[in-house]
Design a protein. Structure first.
Lengths: 114, 114
DNA sequence: TTAATATATGAACAAATGCTCAAATGAAGA
DNA sequence: TCTTCATTTGAGCATTTGTTCATATATTAA
């Protein structure tokens, strides 16, 4: 890496920014949430669950995707504790389980509508 | 795809959710922003620029990454109009240029700090 | 002009991602 | 018990992603 000769690095500015930057773990944690919402199919699942609880089968109809594909995505969201599930006989219902994510989505939706 | 036999699809619920779901383009647009913030290195760049304007060289020091790597990430952010740049001689300064993203990040940061 | 420097860019590549398909679970009914 | 059905899971795969490296561009100074 090229440590720019003289004028490029403004050391004061760099130090100020570095000092105020969140810890690396915090950054990774934030990125993790954003990544969960970064795939349109997965985001659509979350948006559907924002409306109400749904079973895997219903989600697959809503999102127009295989139940298998949906199930894989739900597992990912489950691992991140963004959703939780409850079983009722053969059917498994999923719900959003992360208030931060819920309000983040609402916030984004508000902005999308100008 | 298996159109669940009888009881699985709750047609009323499905219809209600589908009706309230944002348009596909909106979903894709939201996901695009989340994706931009979903990589820790890229998020760190954005967080650094949240503090103040920086040149590529400084960002590379702050983020501890090659100038080339930073430049590639900045191009992506530039294409999404999340950042803009201005040249001053040999040096190019980058600034955040999307108010929605700025407030989204602030919002997330507030939540991270419980 | 030539050299030096900051940034940008394209190709290449390893790693991660999201889907499909086939097979495994788990629950309810015959 | 055996069958059916909703869901889960693992393997395989094509595609995307983030980085590196080498090279190009743009600006300034000599």
């Amino acid at each position: 890496m090229n440590v720019c000769a003289d004028k490029c690095i403004n050391e004061a500015n760099v130090n100020k920014t570095v000092k105020n930057l969140p810890d690396q773990e915090v950054i990774v944690g934030m990125a993790e949430i954003f990544k969960a919402l970064s795939d349109p199919s997965r985001l659509k699942i979350v948006l559907a669950l924002l409306e109400q609880e749904h079973c895997v089968c219903d989600i697959s109809v809503i999102c127009n995707q295989t139940e298998s594909a949906i199930s894989h995505q739900l597992r990912l969201l489950r691992n991140l504790k963004i959703v939780r599930n409850r079983r009722e006989g053969k059917i498994v219902y999923y719900t959003l389980d992360d208030d931060h994510v819920i309000s983040l989505i609402h916030y984004s939706l508000d902005h999308v509508k100008h």
